[in-house]
Write a protein that binds this ligand. Structure first.
Ligand code: FAD
Ligand code: 2HG
Ligand code: ZN
Length: 494
């Protein structure tokens, strides 16, 4: 299909036989929920695991295993390794780089049935949960006990904590609580040969040797299966305020950010931006009303979290007044209650879904120095217009219908999205590697948070030196000598 880079199946890998399936049924106690196979289930039931969230990538597995325990994962992997059967670890299957679905007939090992909370230390806030726990379920579990998850993302209703850690998800709270490299304290993993390991300890401090768990954060299923995670969770804030601003230019988005850091200080917990086209798409596809009266070229969403409502209210109101007075912003509104705060967040969190409703999506999540972030969007628009590929009055049938920019300003992370009439090679070649060249020229990262997966594997060299890639290959070989874990992804093809 046009959607895929043409990848030849690696002939070293075995194919699934009825004997293999019978063995997996033994391992999982022959529970119906544990084995989904072509022999027993429909193609649609398999499609759920074969096809990614964007419907851009589709594999051809005939077998999905959904183990319940770490011991089952261990027995499955030991067997797969012995028989050189390739596997894809999968959580909520919300990944955006084609990493969570098979390319050919790799066996999917899903964590969705491993969803127990093992413990919460209510003094330190250390939570230990199995990999298949849904992020939002964990957040609610914690909130009832006075804590919250240190990460939040639009996919929270279906992504799994194991998938979050495997993809080193960033999200909407990173500005405040930092990345998973800081908050994940330990994890339980199963290596390709079935060895179960505890990496690190559920302690704040542990300086005993190489910190091996860090390698698994962002490893995207290439080093082993993560089966449980211990994570440091902060107390939930008793006062949360949200404001939306409308500004005239990207320069003013930056000025608003500079001022927010200065004037909101320790209570600033999120600073997100999106452009006018994002607002239009969200309104077109979802039952959402625009929170501001004036139409602006750019919008900013600010959240503060603290422990003293009156203090935070006053601080945010004063901040907004000053910015309006000085004409840094042209419009602004404070959410007056939780419902309004949710409505404002809803606009920002719905951009991904709105883009997907427009048709095909090409997604790039990039880091470059903040002052140059939006120049990437402008450069992409200019190139596509030059090539006659960008829809406009003079090109009414061109395949690229929108080019939008949004993202986590506080983290220097741009989401560049193109909505298109489909995924063709011509389009792909017009965009890539052009977009990665723009990033490389600014010493940026071609993947700030979504990872490499299948999509960016060929382009790793735009962000990493040949020496670093070679060392990564040696690490991979040490953990997974037969290369059965998530093949075809992550590394450039040799
Ligand atoms: P999957 O998609 O199932 O898997 C992701 C990768 O991890 C795959 O390579 C898979 O093989 C591997 N993997 C999964 N589970 C395991 C495991 N237990 N052990 C080893 N490897 C495993 N990302 C952000 O960073 N920030 C955002 O703000 C954000 N917002 C999003 C909003 C929407 C609406 C959507 C659809 C996606 C968003 N994402 C975001 C993408 C993001 O990476 C994820 O949603 C999430 O972290 C993936 O979790 P998952 O359980 O769905 O993993
Ligand atoms: C977000 O920040 C996610 O909303 C998804 O990382 C970004 O759809 C995207 O490109
Ligand atoms: Zn994001």
């Amino acid at each position: 299909s046009d959607k895929f880079p043409e990848l030849v199946r690696d002939s070293r890998f075995g194919s699934v036989t009825p004997e293999h399936v019978a063995r997996f049924r033994d391992i999982t106690g022959d529970v119906d929920a544990a084995v989904i196979s072509a022999g027993t289930n429909t193609a649609q039931e398999l499609d759920v695991y074969n096809e990614d969230w964007m419907r851009k990538y589709k594999g051809r597995t005939t077998l999905v295993l959904r183990p319940k325990t770490t011991q089952e994962v261990s027995a499955i992997l030991r067997y797969c390794n012995e028989h050189t059967l390739a596997v894809v670890p999968q959580g909520g299957n919300t990944g955006l780089v084609g990493g969570s679905v098979p390319v050919h007939d790799e066996i999917v090992i899903s964590t969705v049935r491993m969803n127990a909370v093992r413990s919460l230390d209510e003094v330190s806030g250390i939570l230990t949960a199995e990999a298949g726990c849904v992020l939002e379920v964990l957040d609610l579990h914690l909130r009832e006990r006075g804590f919250c998850m240190p990460l939040d993302l639009g996919a929270k209703g279906s992504c799994n904590i194991g998938g979050n850690v495997a993809s080193n998800a960033g999200g909407l709270r990173l500005l405040r609580y930092g990345s998973l490299h800081g908050t994940v304290l330990s994890m339980e993993v199963v290596l390709a040969d079935g060895t179960i390991m505890e990496l690190g300890k559920p302690l704040r401090k542990d300086n005993t040797g190489y910190d091996l768990k860090q390698l698994f954060i962002g490893s995207e299923g290439t080093l082993g299966m993560i089966t449980a995670v211990s994570i440091l969770t902060p107390p939930k804030s008793s006062a949360v305020n949200v404001a939306m601003l409308g500004v005239k230019s990207f320069a003013e988005v930056q000025e608003a950010f500079r001022r927010a850091r200065l004037e909101l200080g320790e209570i600033l917990s999120a600073f997100e931006f999106f452009d006018r086209t994002c607002m239009d798409l969200v309104k077109r596809h979802l039952p959402i009303r625009e929170p501001l009266e004036t139409k602006s070229p750019f919008y900013v969403l600010i959240e503060t979290s603290g422990s003293n409502k009156d203090h935070d209210d006053e601080k945010l109101a004063t901040f907004l007044e000053r910015l309006l007075e000085e004409e840094v912003v042209q419009d602004g509104a404070l959410a007056s209650d939780t419902a309004q705060a949710h409505a404002m967040w809803n606009v920002r969190e719905s951009i991904t879904e709105a883009c997907s409703k427009e048709g095909g999506n090409f997604k790039y999540d990039l880091s470059v120095p903040v002052p140059q972030l939006y120049a990437i969007v402008d450069a992409m628009r200019a190139r596509l217009a030059d090539l006659g590929l960008l829809r406009s009055d003079s090109a009414p049938t061109a395949p690229v219908t929108n080019v939008v920019g949004f993202g986590h300003i506080g983290d220097g992370n741009l989401h560049l999205n193109l909505t298109t009439t489909g995924w063709t090679r011509e389009l792909n070649d017009a965009i890539e590697p052009f977009v990665y060249e723009l990033v490389q020229a600014r010493n940026g990262s071609i993947s700030a948070e979504h990872g490499l997966g299948l999509m960016k594997a060929p382009y790793l060299e735009y962000s990493k030196s040949p020496e670093a890639i070679e060392l990564m290959r040696r690490v991979k070989a040490a953990f997974d000598p037969k290369g059965i874990l998530n093949p075809y992804k992550y590394f450039p093809r040799q």
